[in-house]
Write a protein that binds this ligand. Structure first.
Ligand SMILES: [Zn+2]
Length: 56
């Protein structure tokens, strides 16, 4: 059995179903309460910044 649990999936903070394929290359990121969040587009990031409590 191949137990490679290093690759944990990262999803957009707004569209939860949207998987970020290359989080290390994602430029739409944000540190919120010491946690790094990823977004599929800048629009999602902006939406989160406007009302973060809605998406947590
Ligand atoms: Zn998104």
């Amino acid at each position: 059995m191949a137990t490679k649990t290093q690759t944990k999936k990262v999803h957009c903070g707004i569209c939860r179903d949207w998987e970020i394929k290359n989080p290390e290359r994602c430029s739409n990121t944000l540190i919120h309460k010491r946690k790094r969040l990823y977004f599929c587009t800048r629009k999602c990031k902006e939406r989160f910044m406007k009302s973060p409590e809605k998406f947590l």
